[in-house]
Design a protein around this ligand. Structure first.
Ligand SMILES: Cc1cc2nc3c(=O)[nH]c(=O)nc-3n(C[C@H](O)[C@H](O)[C@H](O)COP(=O)(O)OP(=O)(O)OC[C@H]3O[C@@H](n4cnc5c(N)ncnc54)[C@H](O)[C@@H]3O)c2cc1C
Length: 481
């Protein structure tokens, strides 16, 4: 058995020493021959991180992946100007695990905070009006208390959470004493004196979690707020891999002894007590002594398990909500923001959601993409349209709000994480009551099947959470190898 301390100590040196990928060790896809030590399902960050660590421990590992590409929810549009990110965007300064891997892979970092544009800002668009800060402060639409009326909606929500968060660390959310906070975000906010109109404006419009403040646990939001505070450590750094974050999983896959098998969409996982057999929809199957499964629960609920999952874990797999998040990308062929004098980025209460200008060019002022990001109920609505109509809808919405943009947005592209069959949503959300009911047991090993992925992390979120979960499964399996 290895301890976490021994494991961490050996990690850096041995990953750096790994040889480059070879296809020679490829495992037969058919169920004959000796079983693998470990089959890893999913070539996203968590699956690849665990595969590399398990190889270091001497295991024979094979990674399989349903998509025709590596990276999962790290997905860069390499062929578009500024290589926009469809998935994971940036790391804070405290993302120790992710930044460590980026460094080990020899990938250069880019810090967006070091090159802010000369004129920064976000326009507030409500209905068909764009309101400047002083207009918003006086507007009858503004439901904030007198002393906060000049705060914009996105500023008010952040400031309120920071000032009222009872959690001191991101671990506190799992403490028994935090259980009373596992109610809807709306109920907790109202109990803290926030009026309904403010809940609607700040937490149900362009939400980060849930479709509205009614269907997400306040405890998850408070954990996220305390984690974000700790992980940024007061630094404004927004770090990403130069040229695209997907370069990280691509580099990690390249360091594996066996090439990742792509196009392997798992349909069934059967554990006979000594060997696990994993069957894919193309008819191939794999046999392994242990399985690492990084599939999001939103997808896992459609995969057959034998023996079946039970108790709170089965409930979690079947009911864990996932964030609705759709991104619509445009290339601006004209600087229309110079014509109407407004900032290119906007926070709207319409279906287009928040609309951000990305500046990933060599010139810090250059806007390389305009990205609309409907979330929650807006994403649900937009996803009902055929993709081409959804792109047209968002473009028309931007042109309605600022006529100067007419005809300036070209090359529209869309990605709905909910319509993506291998994500079926963006990141995991916990509904009211779910933190208490299954957060600490949902990732328990099921026989020889071990679960990782951002949804199973306990004290981190996002990319760092995916890495945290990979370390946990590696320790679980390391003990039985
Ligand atoms: C729009 C967006 C923005 C984000 N921004 C940030 C950010 O700024 N900072 C941050 O830290 N995080 C961010 N994240 C979250 C971050 O990208 C994820 O937490 C992380 O990449 C998840 O890694 P994972 O390994 O848990 O899951 P995944 O990357 O989803 O890996 C799971 C893998 O399993 C595969 N799979 C699924 N079903 C099957 C099947 N049936 N058979 C075989 N394989 C299957 C999938 O294809 C996938 O490759 C963002 C995510 C999105 C979508």
């Amino acid at each position: 058995m290895i301890t976490r301390r021994e494991f961490n100590a050996g990690l850096i040196a041995s990953v750096a020493a790994l040889p480059f990928a070879s296809v020679a060790g490829e495992q037969k896809a058919k169920g004959d021959g000796p079983p693998l030590d470990v089959l890893v399902i999913g070539a996203g960050l968590s699956g690849l991180h665990s595969a590399l660590m398990l190889e270091e421990l001497g295991a024979r590992v094979q990674v399989i992946e349903a998509r025709k590409r590596i990276g999962g929810r790290l997905y860069t549009l390499f062929d578009r100007p500024g290589h926009p990110e469809v998935g994971g965007n940036s790391c804070a300064a405290g993302y120790g695990r992710v930044l460590n891997r980026i460094q080990q892979m020899g990938l250069p970092l880019y810090d967006a905070s070091t090159r802010p544009p000369k004129k920064q800002g976000i326009e507030l668009a409500l209905g068909s009006r764009i309101l400047q800060r002083d207009e918003w402060a006086k507007s009858p639409l503004n439901p904030f208390p007198q002393e906060s009326r000049s705060q914009m909606p996105w500023e008010f929500s952040g400031a309120f959470m920071a000032a009222n968060n009872p959690l001191k660390t991101s671990e506190d959310w799992l403490a028994e004493s935090s259980a009373p906070l596992d109610v809807s975000l709306r109920d907790w906010l109202v109990s803290r004196g926030v009026n309904e109109a403010t809940v609607e404006r700040c937490w149900s419009t362009n939400p980060y979690f849930g479709t509205t403040a009614h269907d997400v646990s306040a405890l998850l939001c408070l954990m996220n707020a305390s984690w974000s505070k700790a992980i940024t450590g007061g630094s404004r750094s927004m770090l990403s891999v130069q040229g695209g974050n997907q370069k990280l999983p691509l580099a990690m896959a390249g360091k594996l002894k066996n090439e990742v098998h792509l196009g392997k969409d798992v349909a069934a996982i059967r554990d006979n007590g000594s060997i696990v057999e994993v069957t894919c929809r193309d008819g191939s199957s794999y046999r392994a002594k242990s399985v690492v499964c990084s599939i999001p629960f939103s997808v896992l609920r459609h995969i057959a398990f034998e023996p079946g999952l039970t108790g709170p874990q089965a409930e979690a797999v079947n009911t864990l909500p996932y964030m609705m998040n759709t991104l619509v990308f445009f290339v601006p062929k004209r600087k229309y923001w110079e014509d109407d004098g407004l900032h290119p980025s906007m926070w709207t209460d319409g279906v287009a959601g928040s609309i951000m200008a990305q500046r990933f060019g060599s010139d810090a002022e250059e806007v390389t993409a305009i990205v609309a990001n409907p979330r929650g109920k807006n994403a649900i609505w937009l996803d009902r349209l055929p993709p081409k109509d959804a792109i047209r809808y968002v473009q028309a919405e931007i042109e309605r709000l600022r006529p100067a943009a007419k005809g300036a947005l070209v090359d529209g592209a869309i990605h709905s994480w909910d319509r993506d069959p291998f994500a079926a949503g963006d990141w995991a959300v916990l509904a009211p009551g779910q933190v208490r009911r299954f957060k600490t047991s949902m990732a328990n090993a099921h026989g020889r099947v071990h679960f990782c992925g951002e949804h199973t992390a306990l004290t981190n979120r996002g990319m760092e959470g995916a890495m945290e979960s990979a370390e946990r499964v590696t320790l679980e399996i390391g003990e039985i190898l």
